[in-house]
Write a protein that binds this ligand. Sequence first.
Ligand code: DQA
Length: 147
Amino acid sequence: KPVYILNGPNLNLLGQRQPEIYGHETLADVESMCRRAAAGLGLDIRFHQSNAEHQIIDWIHEARQGADGIIINPAALTHTSVAILDALNACDCPVLEVHISNVHRREAFRHHSYVSLRADGVIAGCGTQGYVLALERLATLLGRQHS
Ligand code: DQA
């Protein structure tokens, strides 16, 4: 089964929005980087972004049945969404939370994550490389070669 990589609000603007915080790479760049890394790890991915909370929840419901793992950057919904936490709590597969920026070095409201209550691992402040690190971790958790 594939691994779902889900991205929340405003990440469609990656590369344009606050590049001093999020860098110059676009989400399309992140997707190709993930596709390359996943291929090397023998993982198949579905890569999605939405600005709508309900869409993210629908993809998590889809992943609940159809995915081996979930990598999620819920963006601002990290700090607000009990609904995304509840959806992830309905899933049995490994869940990894990714933040491009180091949220702990930023405003206090970014220090709390609802999603972390469910996540098996959290990667923050490693830039877009965090997605690749999450894929490698997932491969380990799924018993694929990489460690
Ligand atoms: C983010 C951090 C969040 O606090 C912020 O709302 C985002 C992106 C990150 O990847 O660093 O939109 O999840």
